[in-house]
Design a protein around this ligand. Structure first.
Ligand code: GRF
Length: 204
């Protein structure tokens, strides 16, 4: 049985798009059954429209019920610009993933690419993590680490990181949907093995 996924978006939706496309090409353990947004002008809603995926508007009071109505089993946050309540995060513990454009715990929050360049960092990347009640703090499953010494500007950097985001988010969502990767007592496991460090893809 495929896991029923809801994707939460607020904007462009490139990760939403890649999450929708992935199951079309390969055997996959999830299906996208719902898009949730706090922004009805979000560009990414076109992908819901194109693929016949229903859209619901986010509200703190009804979100749990909405997800239950669609029998959602997993949530993927993909550029969702609202902070979820601690109650919701706890209720859905181990069932919400987020993607963040930095090497967490470094550069949580907004404008990561700009701040990374301002600080002349040599390395940058992305993190895919389980969501807990904090902001960008949950247990990390996977990171892409990119050598950025030759990157000339923010736009190039943002596009480079986004390329890897779009590539890896569906893959990680897939292994979580499969049940291979899961959260137990605040730690990430692969089958029976606890991860000491996030899985890492290095781009040098
Ligand atoms: C991505 O960089 C994601 O990591 C961050 O917000 C951005 C969303 O981009 N959380 P998109 O809407 O998926 O194109």
């Amino acid at each position: 049985m495929k896991k029923r996924v809801a994707v939460f978006i607020s904007g462009r939706g490139s990760n939403f798009h890649s999450i929708i496309e992935h199951p079309k090409n390969v055997g996959c353990h999830y299906e996208v059954v719902l898009c949730v947004t706090n922004n009805l002008a979000a560009l990414g809603l076109q992908y819901a429209n194109d693929n016949g995926i229903p859209v619901e508007v986010y509200s703190e009071d009804t979100i749990h019920q909405i997800l239950n109505n669609y029998k959602v089993e997993l949530v993927a946050l993909a550029g969702f610009m609202k902070i979820l309540t601690p109650e919701f995060c706890n209720q859905w513990e181990g069932k919400i993933l987020n993607i963040h454009p930095s090497l967490l715990p470094n550069y949580s929050g907004l404008n990561t690419h700009k701040r990374v360049l301002e600080n002349n960092e040599k390395e940058h990347g992305l993190s895919i993590h389980f969501v807990d009640a904090g902001v960008d703090t949950g247990p990390i499953i996977f990171q892409t680490r990119v050598n950025i010494e030759d990157i000339e500007n923010e736009e190039v950097l943002a596009n480079l990181i986004l390329f890897y985001e779009n590539w890896f988010y569906p893959l990680i969502l897939d292994v979580v949907a499969e049940g291979r990767i899961y959260l137990k007592e605040g730690r990430v496991y692969n089958c029976e093995k606890m991860l000491e460090n996030p899985y890492t893809f290095i781009v040098d």
